[in-house]
Design a protein around this ligand. Structure first.
Ligand SMILES: [Zn+2]
Length: 126
């Protein structure tokens, strides 16, 4: 009986370690793949923050002189349409990784990818 008990505990321990390792691997993989959210700045002010994993379309500057259509799709953000003269923001293409950004100079608009879910875990000290 004693022998069985010992080995059963070993098996549970090994299974637990494997589970933990698997979960950690998935966690690291997931957090490295994508940034956390889309930050929208107009005139140097952060006007909205949107989750990158929710598909959405937002017309920025609606009703005003400057408009940019921000589209979040499949974990990536892009400016689909804009009425700026240079169209650089539209031609920039999609962004999805932390630190990437789309700038529309004529509209003083910056769309950038900020943080990842992993930053909350050990980011409290900073
Ligand atoms: Zn533009």
């Amino acid at each position: 009986m004693e022998w069985l008990k010992t080995h059963r505990n070993d098996a549970i321990l090994i299974a637990a370690l494997m589970l933990l390792g698997g979960a950690l691997a998935v966690f690291l993989y997931a957090t490295r793949q994508d940034g956390g959210y889309v930050s929208v700045q107009m005139d140097g002010q952060t006007v909205m923050e949107l989750p990158l994993d929710e598909d959405t379309q937002i017309l920025l500057g609606e009703g005003g002189e400057f408009t940019n259509l921000l589209v979040i799709e499949s974990g990536a953000a892009r400016v689909a349409e804009a009425n700026c003269p240079d169209q650089i923001c539209v031609n920039h293409g999609a962004i999805r990784y932390e630190g990437e950004s789309i700038v529309c100079l004529p509209h003083r608009l910056v769309v950038s990818i900020e943080g990842g879910p992993g930053n909350d875990i050990d980011g409290t000290a900073g």
